[in-house]
Ligand binder design. Structure first.
Ligand SMILES: COc1ccc(S(=O)(=O)N2Cc3cc(-c4ccc(C=O)o4)ccc3N(Cc3cncn3C)C[C@H]2Cc2ccc(O)cc2)cc1
Ligand SMILES: [Zn+2]
Length: 330
């Protein structure tokens, strides 16, 4: 049952981590070519692979993923002319899916499977005079795309290919009086975009520019009596917002400002004991997107059955260590 601003967690919801169920759920996802949801999400296939593989890596079960099929799939998605990568052949290349592809190939340590210089050229070509980035040639501007560009190039150790100072300047132009960030200058603060902007500043080593206490206060205010977190005031809690909020608080070193026990209870309640996987709220349909953010959220809360996740890259910490990347943390 719902009250207007929160959910009530019934006592029969799962209270422990159903690890095997989630591993089997992700291993099975996409193996049935006739599955309706699988076909309807072809347009985000590359990101779906990143969400599934990362969750499996964190659960120590990435051997259950079809590694060779994934790697050859990715090489078919790179556009020879632009260097960009699409979600699935023959869709248009986009920065979202270019990032997902680089994250997957980085976890597999198989960047040899694509033209890295082409990717660098594609991402750099999307930066605008004001420092912002377009998502693709159709020109949508959003701070999400700045984060994709900076994260992608840092994974390739090629931040030299863009104007980092202008990128930071654009992100700071999106900071609001509440310390939060929106998608464009003047847009309302939103947890998902705060994560993108804090992540960008962390990779660019500019966390000094944040209004830390105001921002951390706005973030911890997202927690509701159910223990779940919402993305904006007056909204319902959603598992993926738990990730955006607690990964940002982790970067700001303010995790202590949320009630971890209540949050863990909410995350556990979002598991589906029959199908496996996590959903946005207790009792809803599960999907690979929320399954990653449930597993990654539990990792940030210190669950010992899950490997450590890097809060900035949302990738296994061991991968970030292997790349010798050190995103700034307060
Ligand atoms: C089911 O409706 C949607 C709506 C938006 C999207 S999205 O691609 O723009 N996106 C990611 C997203 C994915 C899923 C999903 C279902 C099945 C799979 C297979 O891998 O993935 C589901 C939701 C979703 N959303 C929407 C959403 C999540 N919580 C509340 N909502 C409304 C997020 C959305 C935006 C996005 C966020 C992060 C990111 O890295 C990429 C895209 C996808 C499906
Ligand atoms: Zn969600």
């Amino acid at each position: 049952t719902l009250n207007p601003k929160d959910v009530i967690i019934s006592i029969d919801r799962p209270k422990i981590l159903l690890l095997k169920k989630h591993i089997d759920y992700l291993a099975k996802y996409g193996t049935d070519q006739d599955d309706y949801e699988y076909n309807m999400t072809e347009y985000l296939r590359m990101s779906g692979i990143y969400w599934s593989l990362t969750a499996m890596e964190l659960m120590g079960a990435s051997d259950r993923m079809p590694k060779d099929d994934i790697i050859s799939f990715i090489s078919t998605c790179q556009n020879k002319e632009s260097g960009g990568i699409s979600a699935c052949f023959p869709h248009d290349p986009h920065i979202l899916y270019t990032l997902s592809a680089i994250q997957v190939l980085t976890m597999y340590n198989r960047l040899d499977a694509i033209d890295v210089e082409g990717v660098v050229k594609f991402v750099a070509s999307l930066q605008q005079p004001d420092g912002s980035f377009y998502g693709d040639i159709w020109g949508e501007q959003d701070t999400r795309f700045t984060f994709c560009a900076v994260m992608c190039l840092s994974l390739l150790h090629r931040l030299d290919a863009i104007n980092v100072d202008k990128a930071v300047e654009f992100v700071l132009s999106c900071m609001n009086f509440d310390g939060g960030f929106g998608s464009k200058p003047g847009s309302e603060s939103h947890a998902g975009l705060i994560y993108c902007c804090v992540g960008t500043l962390s990779i660019c080593k500019r966390l000094d520019a944040l209004k830390v206490d105001a921002l951390a206060w706005w973030l911890c205010e997202r927690q509701l009596p159910s223990g779940g977190l919402n993305g904006r005031p007056e909204k319902l809690p959603d598992l993926c917002y738990s990730w955006w909020v607690i990964s940002s608080l982790k970067i700001l070193n303010k995790m202590r400002w949320v009630d971890k026990e209540r949050l863990e209870q909410f995350i556990m309640a979002c598991q589906d004991p029959d199908t496996g996987g996590f959903s946005d709220r207790p009792g809803d349909i599960t999907d690979p997107f929320h399954t990653l953010f449930g597993v990654a959220g539990l990792s940030l809360l210190g669950n010992s059955k899950i490997k450590p996740v890097n809060p900035v890259y949302c990738m296994p910490q061991e991968t970030i260590d292997r790349l010798k990347l050190k995103p700034q943390m307060l």
